[in-house]
Design a binder for this molecule. Sequence first.
Ligand code: FAD
Ligand code: FO1
Length: 459
Amino acid sequence: MQVLSDVGSMVHKKRVRILKGGAQKTGPVIYWMSRDQRVRDNWALLFAQEVAVRQSAPMAVVFCLVPTFLGATMRQYGFMLRGLQEVEKSLNALNIPFFLLTGAPDDELPKVAAEYHAGALVTDFDPLSMKNEWKRGVAGTIDCPFYEVDAHNIVPCWVASPHQEYAAYTFRPKIKRALPEFLEVYPELRNHPYAWPESLIEIDWSSALKTLQVEQTVREVEWLRPGEEVADRVLHEFIDHKLALYPEQRNDPTRDGLSNLSPYLHFGQISAERVALEVQQSDAPIQSKAAFLEELIVRRELSDNFCFYNPFCASFEGLPEWAKKTLRDHEHDAREYCYSHEELEHAETHDPYWNAAQTEMVVRGKMHGYMRMYWGKKILEWSRTPEDAFNRALYLNDKYELDGRDPNGFTGIAWCFGLHDRPWRERAILGKLRYMNANGLRRKFDAETYVKQVAAYQA
Ligand code: FAD
Ligand code: FO1
């Protein structure tokens, strides 16, 4: 894969990869927005503007809405589409049109590029294999240069490490070394100086909605509103009221101690780099900032590393060899509890804490981070085979979590099955995998209060 030599000045050239080379043409520059659904603090959008300005060309942003996406339901599509309506308004105010296409990106984008005689196409980076297939399809059909910009990670994924990392401790020093080079102040996106050649047709959002073929019963949530503006408010509420206590409260699901930024980060409605800059500049204690930035930067970017280098990141196959072996060695161990898919989905197990976590996810669309680990480990203990367990955890996570089908989700689930961890003392079913039990929860927080709080969400 080629990287940029000297094109671009505002955007670090190592952030950009050339998916299709060639000389830039005179036509408009199109940014195919996908993972980074925001106007502010978006290196891909800034890069597209820079390329357009260099050719005195107009620019547009295109989003391709697919009818189904890795099991997403109305809950996640609704969150995304409301955010995109805000994107449309903000872009229009900067003289940049926004187009919503419906259908497969590898069919629709080449049509648009041909219709407008695009001078260049820019997109944002995503490690998911489906996105790479789309990009390969587009690159094979278009007739102009095609660039990919890592606008999601602070340290571009291909720069952070050249291979799949073993664990956080091998990745951390690499990220820390690279951070000073990439944790930069963002320039402002300008009012675009070259007007789009045609008058614009208003987007018909309700018709777009009708193209979706998704599960409608998993409803949108009320308590966390989508969009860039709200994301910024959520960030500042976290910094002002929760960050200082983050190290003490983050493992206690009875406290409102987390940032709640994951849905916004997932849809790119806020930039992780912006979050890191604001956290760094805050006057919270150094240990609090460090604890939060460890999650936001090291853990989050480690997830992209896993999915970028491991094509099987979303399945049992992608786990480390030692983990697969120990799980297979114990596959036939007797299970005290073995629940059906329905029993899990309806939170009908013997374990009130697990049931509360599952219910929190189903009702609120966001399970507390600490409970996610326990939840995943127990699914492994209570399933017929480890492969079954992996698939069930992924299915439930992606159906209900607002932040589902994210590299963090694939990695988080794989962590419950040994990824980025080491072998522990061998026991039944889990073999050498780290074990978690209800006593551990009770030692960390008031687990009965958690159960009561979740019951109140249902009322
Ligand atoms: P905060 O604690 O406020 O963290 C801030 C940010 O740091 C998060 O938004 C996230 O980007 C990053 N972060 C925090 N913890 C982790 C972690 N363990 N790994 C990677 N990044 C992290 N995260 C998702 O975004 N989507 C998922 O679908 C998802 N599924 C998970 C499933 C399991 C079984 C496990 C164990 C973890 C999963 N996680 C997932 C990771 C983590 O639990 C969530 O990112 C976190 O709970 C989100 O809440 P927050 O933004 O309020 O967290
Ligand atoms: N990306 C797109 O480019 N088009 C879509 O229609 C789309 C739908 C979608 C629905 C739910 C969801 O969680 C994500 C969705 N994404 C879509 C992708 C998303 O922006 C992320 O890039 C990936 O999930 C991985 O990070």
